[in-house]
Write a protein that binds this ligand. Structure first.
Ligand SMILES: [Zn+2]
Length: 256
């Protein structure tokens, strides 16, 4: 069956002398693996740079039932994201994003909303004037919602005081259900959960309430950024077994 779809390139590796095996996150089929022949010979490479990781491309492929590798026949860039390679912050944030999607999504399970979030996030990382790491955090918060274990941090589960009106010094985030117990309530006894700062609680709440595009408005100090990313990854690990720490993310912070 010949099919056409938009896709984000998650990963590409050389195969034999002239080919590449490319992992895509496609709009119509979710994560899918394709073989692109002749990509490493300048004369026969009809794909140009459309198979580089983080590229948003339109692809045509021969899709075979019950196979896990399909033949790519055509690919061209839909939206050039030229600034993604400009500086290390944009690049490693973008790489963390595709590493995350490649890690948590199963093969050939369609999820158009994840595709749209991914494409939108890459465009934002490419164009946002600052705070591009926020896009990754916002994406993770939306991903939790999509997977059915979204954060629910609008109020303390014990006293019901609302996050937006209070300035809690800290809170205990429960990894099991994404709710929290504020610092005042936790004084009364032992509570379970991961301790987060009051600032990080506010930021997670903001990300929960707003879209990806608005996320870059927040100026998050690096120490809070590190905390929020560690918490988000711990939350992900709790809900999806076998989730690794994002390698590209450690590169991001090694450059700062
Ligand atoms: Zn409380």
């Amino acid at each position: 069956m010949i099919v056409e779809t938009e896709a984000v390139v998650l990963h590409a590796m050389n195969y034999r002398d002239t080919s590449k095996i490319v992992t895509l996150y496609s709009r119509k089929f979710g994560k899918i693996k394709v073989i692109a022949k002749g990509t490493r010979n300048q004369k026969t490479n009809k794909f140009g740079s459309s198979l580089e990781p983080m590229t948003l491309s339109s692809v045509v492929l021969y899709k075979k039932e019950h196979r896990d590798l399909h033949l790519l026949s055509k690919s061209e860039i839909v939206t050039p994201l030229s600034r993604l390679q400009d500086d290390s912050e944009r690049m490693f944030t973008g790489l963390s994003l595709i590493e995350l999607v490649n890690m948590v999504m199963h093969d050939e399970e369609e999820n158009e909303l994840i595709f749209l979030l991914l494409a939108e996030s890459l465009k934002q990382i490419d164009t946002a004037p600052k705070n591009v790491v926020n896009v990754l955090i916002a994406f993770m918060v939306k991903l939790f919602q999509q997977f059915g274990f979204g954060l629910s941090v609008d109020e303390c589960v014990q006293c019901g005081r609302r996050t937006e009106k209070e300035n809690f010094s800290s809170a205990f985030l429960r990894l099991s259900d994404g709710k929290y117990i504020c610092s005042d309530c936790s004084k009364e006894g032992l509570v379970s959960g991961t301790r987060i700062s009051g600032e990080v609680l506010k930021m997670l709440h903001y990300m929960q309430m707003h879209g990806i595009e608005q996320s870059a408005i927040l100026d998050i100090p690096i120490k809070n950024c590190v905390e929020i990313l560690a918490t988000s990854q711990a939350y992900l690990r709790y809900h999806i077994e076998g989730t690794r720490t994002l390698k590209s993310l450690s590169l991001l912070y090694s450059t700062k």
